[in-house]
Write a protein that binds this ligand. Structure first.
Ligand SMILES: Nc1nc2c(c(=O)[nH]1)N[C@H]1C(S)=C(S)[C@@H](COP(=O)(O)O)O[C@H]1N2
Ligand SMILES: [Mo]
Length: 392
């Protein structure tokens, strides 16, 4: 068995593979994972806020930026992870699989890291295409997997630290010459190491692939890259009123309720209830703001929204300005039916109960008769087809 696997490993050997290559790829991958992790924590915190959570509302595109970076670094990590797996592939075939306790720990941490990373990146990517073919709740699973990845990654880095330090700088040698300092030539420069040029070509190819994947998808989040957006699921400026739709009124089964003539928005504070018809909402002072919808799935679109300030509705029922709110949708069921709004947003003068989008009455698919639009929030919290607003 040992002979066979080692012979196999030798067959897969390539001069391009070296510890140095693995370390360089590991740095790129580590950077993209770190940025992806931090922006992901921010997104998760906004949706399920811990008591210390902060809620930035300026610039209004803050979440558009952080979530655009989250999805983009996640997409970039896919070719980087595949390249890194390729660079260590022969190691995985070596026999015996476990030589000592430390070796066993190292392999276990790598197995966990590879499995959880592959699962995280593929499910995340599929999610950006609005496809949720699994029975588990996506966001919570994505969140906990991220911690598993970090735990196994830190263990992996700790175990490999001596190798990482040794190969951190380019001069310290290749797989072949590892350990011995490279001889210095007359002009003071080191001679090319074996495999060095093929390594550079490989890294360049990985860099170009990663760049191409990013360039052809990031236009869903960053408008200046929109002309190159070939593969992302959403395109800016498409959809009714030039804004993409995530879930249509028909999908949400609200078309009849939202189109009803006797629709009202009920605002409540303790025993005070006010039900406002669309005409009554239109008679209140109207305000206009440029605000983005920034979906957790990565796409975003800035638009002009017009409607009533939510803080004026809070005042209308005699509640203090620093109130937090619970908003419900006409949608009969599902995770988007109720949404809690922290006082930071309720107080913000740009948070609207929008009645118009880009100069027209809201399209049914964009939340007619009324929807929430607030600065700096994930799209999933921009509730459509409003039913009630309750002061907590
Ligand atoms: N009631 C309700 N509101 C909702 C949704 C929904 O499914 N139901 N989808 C949310 C999501 S995930 C996003 S990204 C935005 C998209 O708004 P749009 O469809 O008008 O572009 O609406 C949000 N509001
Ligand atoms: Mo969304």
């Amino acid at each position: 068995m040992e002979k066979l696997t080692n012979a196999l490993a030798a067959r897969f050997a390539s001069p391009t593979r070296s510890t140095r290559l693995t370390v360089v790829l590991g740095r790129w991958l580590g950077l993209s994972f770190t940025i992806c992790f931090l922006t992901g924590l921010f997104s998760h915190g906004l949706q399920e806020p811990p008591s210390w959570m902060f809620f930035p509302t300026s610039p209004v595109w803050i979440y558009q930026l952080t979530q655009g970076i989250h999805v983009t670094t996640g997409i970039a990590a896919i070719p980087l992870l595949l390249a890194k797996l390729w660079s260590v592939y022969p190691e995985l075939l070596k026999w015996p699989p476990v030589k000592s306790a430390a070796h066993g720990l190292e392999r276990a941490s790598i197995a966990l890291f590879i499995a959880s990373s592959l699962l995280q990146l593929t499910t995340g990517l599929i999610n950006t295409y609005k496809w949720y073919p699994w029975p588990f709740p996506f966001r919570q699973t994505h969140y906990w997997l991220a911690w598993v990845i970090w735990g196994s990654l830190l263990l992996h880095i700790a175990v490999k630290l001596p190798l990482i330090i040794e190969h951190w700088r380019a001069r310290s040698g290749t797989g072949a010459g590892a350990g011995s300092p490279a001889p210095v030539t007359d002009d003071g420069g080191a001679p090319p190491e074996p495999g060095r040029w093929s390594r550079r070509a490989f890294l360049a190819a990985v860099g170009v692939t990663t760049g191409a994947v990013v360039l052809t998808t990031a236009g869903q989040s960053f408008s200046w890259l929109d002309p190159f957006n070939l593969f992302a699921p959403r395109k800016m400026g498409t959809g009714p009123q030039s804004v993409p739709v995530n879930r249509t009124a028909a999908d949400a089964k609200v078309a009849d309720l939202a189109g009803a003539k006797d629709w009202t928005l009920t605002v409540s504070h303790q025993d005070t209830h006010r039900s406002l018809s669309l005409a009554e909402l239109q008679a209140l002072p109207q305000y206009e703001h440029e605000l983005p919808i920034a979906c957790v799935e990565g796409w975003s679109q800035t638009a002009t929204w017009r409607g009533v300030r939510i803080r004026d509705l809070v005042a209308l029922v005699g509640a203090p300005p620093s109130s937090s709110l619970r908003v419900t949708s006409l949608e009969p069921e599902g995770a988007y039916r109720t949404m809690d709004m922290h006082a930071t947003y309720a107080q913000d003068e740009r948070t609207l109960v929008a009645l118009e989008l880009n100069g027209q009455t809201l399209d049914l698919d964009h939340g007619y008769p009324a929807r929430i639009i607030a600065p700096g929030r994930p799209g999933v919290l921009q509730t459509k087809w409003l039913h009630t607003v309750e002061v907590l």
